[in-house]
Design a protein around this ligand. Structure first.
Ligand code: ADP
Ligand code: MG
Length: 785
């Protein structure tokens, strides 16, 4: 880290032929060189305080009028360029009024080669040095930024041929989270040698010149920053050094003449260029001790040069002075500014960073070297993975170790990090997942009990679920049977005694025995996909709706009062669709008709126009045919409008109907869910009652007709208002323990009461299921728990 104040030099511009020299003296011999300016008392113009005559300013060095460009470079720029080559940031900026020689010093004069300024000389020097140094790999880029009126412009953009400044790409400032400044849109052009770099400088200067018009004396009001970016790296090293050298030609620092305004206002307004005022504020803030806030952000220029002022940079300023009488005042201002700048301390640090790609390469090599060394010491070639054999051996070792009850037993896998790591991972697995790790050594006893308990709970839940399901289905089945019987008696009453017909009801009864015979699985699936899933049931049954539940829903749906509404609506919807289709066709028809008539009108007009050409004497008069056609078009249009408005009305109705149906479907589904849950609960209660007295006669759950919607019985289209319906049912009376219900003592094989239907097929199904369940339980050693 290099900590030093900004170096400040002064350069006095040669006097013009007609210029009157002001009085000043240069002393470069003192411990610190000084410039003394003497102002005669009678000097009228300017703002010099007449009470003072002589001003003395100290500089690093003062270059008087005869100083040549090469001397300026050697003394001022070369030391900075050296620092930049070493990896530090550097800045040289020229400050002074317009015409004081800033551009001449920074860029150079156009007439003679010897008038080359700091930029071309620095480029030449840097590339020379880079060529000489073969110990490092260097990369160089340049950028050229012009700041005018707080706007940045890229002077090096090769895509743009600028004729005005606005044509140049606009550069904006971005600040990252670390408060680093980034210039968006400023191109970094690579320059591999001096020639390329000089070409770029030339391109930028040309752009700068072209962009300037007599009306817009931009050069005196704009700042130009030419930056050389250097990155260097020693071959094989992962460290990259990056440094920047800003060469800055500032805007003219002239102040407005005294106009009578005073105080703060005058101070603020005295610069032609506001950003120079902000530069001064930054300089004042930096020169003050204990100032925590430096107003860098006030202008683009101070933001860009933030590091150069009070930051990580070796900074040098050249105060440009014009010492003719008229400009003495401005020169004194420049010197005062320079004195303040000289107080600023900068801390330049070596800008080194690690190239991650190179770091990886280096680390990989190091790993390989270490592996080789290890192989040499152990005499074994080591791969990153353990072989299958080694793994098996390790598993055995760990098993023996875990089984060993001796408290002093130890696990020795040798000095192999891979094996040690594997052992730890393996043991962790055994502790955390005793079942899946394939080794039940440690926790076998604990987990076995835990598992069997879990299994038991699961099975119990499943059993419960299935029991409920069977019961509800059985009850429904009975209802179906009853319905069939009713229908049969009705049928028998109407067609008395036909033997052939007597058989058919028994057939239909057969068919109605099991709901699974009425509804195929496929049908149930279609149904369940045609309606939204039953969220409650899916939850209750743990995911998929069981087949039994699906079937129950099918029957429930069929008998539900709302199914009529759905059916009615479906019919209505179909009607409306057909109607809409008709209207659509009609609309098309009318449209075609109109188009046809329009075509006819045009044809007619062409015909008449042709006639008029061949027979110019015939005047184009009123054409009744065309008029007729037009009237027809009008008529058709009217009818189109009428049909269309009806069509629109239908569309609204259809949409409404569709919504309605959706709603009814949802309600039906919800009703089913409630009903299903209630049935399950009822059965549950019954079952617990029966468990207390094992020989109780089982009464199958029967439905209370508390609500028509919830009742699954006798709401099909056909028997809704059937006079043969059970009067008890009709009166909404409670039919629990209905005498028509079959009762049965439980079969001896089962200690639980089993709901049987009295139907051989269905009963066989239920018994088979119960038997299977018992088998499972017995296998698990849980008996009839
Ligand atoms: P600024 O950029 O500060 O406005 P310029 O660099 O354009 O001033 O200088 C104004 C004029 O003075 C130019 O014609 C330039 O060639 C001339 N000039 C400035 N300094 C010198 C110098 N040291 N030797 C010769 N001519 C100079
Ligand atoms: Mg200039």
């Amino acid at each position: 880290m290099v900590k030093e104040t900004i170096r400040v030099y002064a350069r006095v511009k040669p006097l013009g032929r007609r210029q009157q020299a002001g009085s000043y003296s240069v002393d470069n011999e003192e411990p610190l060189p000084s410039l003394e300016i003497t102002v005669p008392r009678d000097l009228g113009d300017g703002f010099i305080n007449n009470k003072r005559e002589s001003y003395k300013f100290k500089f690093q060095k003062i270059f008087d009028q005869e100083a040549k460009q090469d001397v300026i470079f050697d003394s001022i720029a070369k030391p900075v360029a050296e620092c930049v080559l070493a990896g530090y940031n550097g800045t040289i900026f020229a400050y002074g009024q317009t015409g004081s020689g800033k551009t001449f010093t920074v860029t150079g004069g156009a007439e003679r080669y010897s008038d080359r300024g700091i930029i071309p000389r620095t480029l030449s020097y840097i590339f020379d040095q880079l060529q000489k140094d073969s110990s490092k790999v260097y990369t160089t880029h340049v950028s050229y930024l012009e700041i005018y009126n707080e706007c940045g412009y890229d002077l090096l953009d090769p895509r743009h041929e600028a004729s005005r400044m606005e044509d140049l790409p606009k550069v904006t400032i971005m600040e990252d989270s670390d408060q680093n400044i980034h210039l968006k849109n400023l191109s970094l052009q690579q320059a591999t040698n001096e020639e390329e770099a000089l070409n770029l400088l030339f391109l930028g200067d040309t752009n700068r010149m072209i962009a300037e018009t007599p009306m817009n004396q931009a050069s005196s009001r704009s700042h130009c920053i030419f930056t050389i970016h250097i990155s260097s790296k020693e071959p094989g090293s992962a460290t990259i050094r990056r440094s920047k050298l800003h060469l800055v030609d500032l805007a003219g620092s002239e102040r407005v003449a005294k106009t009578g305004i005073g105080g703060q206002l005058l101070t603020e307004a005295k610069y032609i260029n506001l950003s120079l005022h902000y530069l001064e504020q930054v300089i004042i803030a930096l020169a003050e001790k204990n100032r925590s806030h430096i107003p860098y952000r006030n202008s683009m220029m101070t933001s860009v040069l933030r590091d150069s002022l009070g930051g990580n940079c070796m900074t040098t300023m050249i105060a440009m002075l014009a010492m003719d009488k008229r400009n003495i005042g401005e020169s004194i201002s420049t010197c005062r500014f320079a004195q303040r700048v000289a107080l600023i301390k900068n801390e330049a640090v070596l800008n080194e960073e690690i190239d991650p790609r190179l770091m990886i390469v280096q680390l990989k090599k190091e790993i390989q070297d270490l592996k080789d060394e290890l192989a040499l010491v152990t005499g074994k070639q080591r791969t990153s993975e353990l072989s299958q054999e080694e793994l098996l051996q390790l598993d055995e070792l760990i098993e023996t170790f875990l089984k060993d009850n001796d408290p002093d037993s130890s696990l020795d896998v040798g000095a192999d990090m891979r094996k040690i790591k594997y052992s730890f991972v393996h043991m962790k697995q055994i502790i955390n997942h005793p079942m899946t790790s394939g080794n039940k050594l440690l926790s076998q006893d604990i987990s076995e009990e835990k598992n069997s308990n879990e299994e038991l709970e699961k099975l119990k839940g499943l059993l419960q679920q299935r029991d409920n399901e069977i019961n509800i289905l059985v009850t429904m089945l009975k209802k179906e049977k009853k319905k069939a019987r009713d229908a049969l008696s009705q049928f028998n009453a109407s067609s008395a005694g036909s033997t052939a017909l007597e058989q058919s009801p028994s057939m239909s009864l057969e068919e109605n025995q099991s709901p699974s015979k009425c509804f195929s699985l496929k049908e149930a699936k279609v149904l369940s996909s045609s309606i939204p899933r039953l969220p409650f049931l899916s939850r209750a049954t743990g995911g998929e709706m069981s087949l039994g539940c699906q079937e129950a829903f099918e029957v429930f749906k069929r008998d539900h009062a709302d199914s009529i509404t759905i059916e009615d609506n479906k019919q209505l919807l179909k009607q409306r669709f057909d109607e809409a289709k008709c209207l659509g066709e009609k609309l098309n028809e009318v449209r075609n008709k109109i188009n046809h008539l329009k075509g006819k009108v045009i044809q007619r007009q062409i015909q008449r126009a042709a006639q008029a050409v061949s027979n110019p004497s015939e005047e184009l008069t009123f054409d009744p045919v065309e008029e007729n056609l037009r009237m027809q078009i009008e008529e058709e249009k009217k009818s189109y409008k009428t049909v269309y408005s009806r069509f629109k009305g239908l569309k609204v109705e259809i949409e409404h109907l569709q919504l309605l149906m959706e709603k009814v479907k949802m309600k039906l589904q919800k009703d089913f869910e409630i009903w299903w849950a209630e049935e399950a609960k009822k059965f549950q209660q019954e079952k617990s009652e029966m468990v207390t007295s094992p020989n109780t006669v089982t009464v199958y759950p029967h439905f209370t007709r508390s609500s028509q919607h919830l009742s699954p019985i006798s709401f099909s289209d056909t028997n809704r208002d059937s006079p043969n319906e059970d009067p008890a049912v009709k009166k909404n009376s409670v039919t629990f323990g209905n005498p028509t219900l079959k009762t049965r003592t439980p079969p001896p094989s089962s200690s639980t009461s089993i709901p049987l239907t009295g139907d051989s097929q269905a009963d066989a199904d239920i018994l088979a299921f119960i038997k299977a369940r018992q088998n499972i339980l017995q296998k698990k050693g849980l008996g009839n728990k």
